[in-house]
Ligand binder design. Structure first.
Ligand code: SAM
Length: 226
């Protein structure tokens, strides 16, 4: 996510020689990422996602694409007896996340890609994902959805927030940009629930909110059947 992200600033190919799109679009912008998230209003979005997930003592919780750790650290602070893991392909973002979590126990970070998670089958009660799904190229989203299902225990649940759902050109500038951004078109309409349904999960839209400069974002819940 960059200041203009996600609508008009994401490059077609990943920059800086990476095989992933970093949090702020480029490594050099990463130091500004947390400022940006606060400026667009992500703090409330993290809180909403954590509340929705109904986290309980002793649960094992994974965030995929955790970036600088804002969401998973918040989740851990909301329920200190969680066993929390943040995963991201970007070592620079993970180093920042580790610094944020320095004073906490029962939270760790591991380098990993959503489409090949370095975790065992059924290891987690919850998987969280915030503004990561639009960073995945369209051709790996199916693999990522299957990986989420694999690492969740039967009955376990994914809580995801991103640009998604119904977007129409007459909804304003952000909507029109979303309709032309290749990173976002793979999220729009029913694309997110359809992908998780294809992976064998029961997925539903649970809420929508607006972010400054970005527009409407949608919260989803997807459960691995028991
Ligand atoms: C906009 S940031 C979101 C970070 C964090 N979840 C938040 O809400 O602040 C998107 C993150 O997705 C990560 N990412 C990109 N490609 C990925 C992939 N294939 N698997 C997992 N994460 C990926 C990026 O490195 C980046 O940290």
């Amino acid at each position: 996510m960059t200041e203009n992200t996600p609508h008009n600033a994401l490059p077609a190919a990943a920059p800086d020689g990476h095989d992933y799109l970093p949090a702020a679009g480029r490594d050099s912008l990463l130091p500004f990422y947390d400022l940006l998230t606060r400026a667009v209003g992500m703090t409330k979005i993290y809180d909403t996602l954590v509340d929705s997930a109904q986290l309980r003592p002793g649960q094992r919780v994974l965030e995929i694409g955790c970036g600088t750790g804002n969401l998973i650290v918040r989740a851990k602070k909301s329920e200190p007896r969680l066993d929390a893991v943040g995963s991201d392909p970007d070592p620079l973002a993970l180093a920042r996340a580790e610094r944020k979590a320095r004073a906490l126990t029962g939270i760790r970070f591991e380098r990993g890609y959503a489409q090949r998670l370095p975790f065992s089958d059924g290891e987690f009660d919850r998987v969280l994902s915030s503004m990561m799904w639009h960073h995945l190229p369209a051709d790996i989203k199916d693999a990522a959805a299957q990986e989420v299902r694999r690492v969740l225990r039967p009955g376990g649940t994914l809580y995801l927030v991103d640009v998604g759902g119904r977007v129409a050109a007459d909804e304003g500038r952000n909507a029109r940009r979303a309709l032309h951004n290749p990173h976002l078109t793979g999220n729009l309409g029913n694309a997110i629930p359809d992908r998780f349904a294809a992976a064998g999960m029961e997925c539903a839209e649970i809420a929508t909110k607006r972010l400054r400069r970005i527009g409407r974002i949608t919260f989803y819940r997807a459960t691995r059947p028991s």
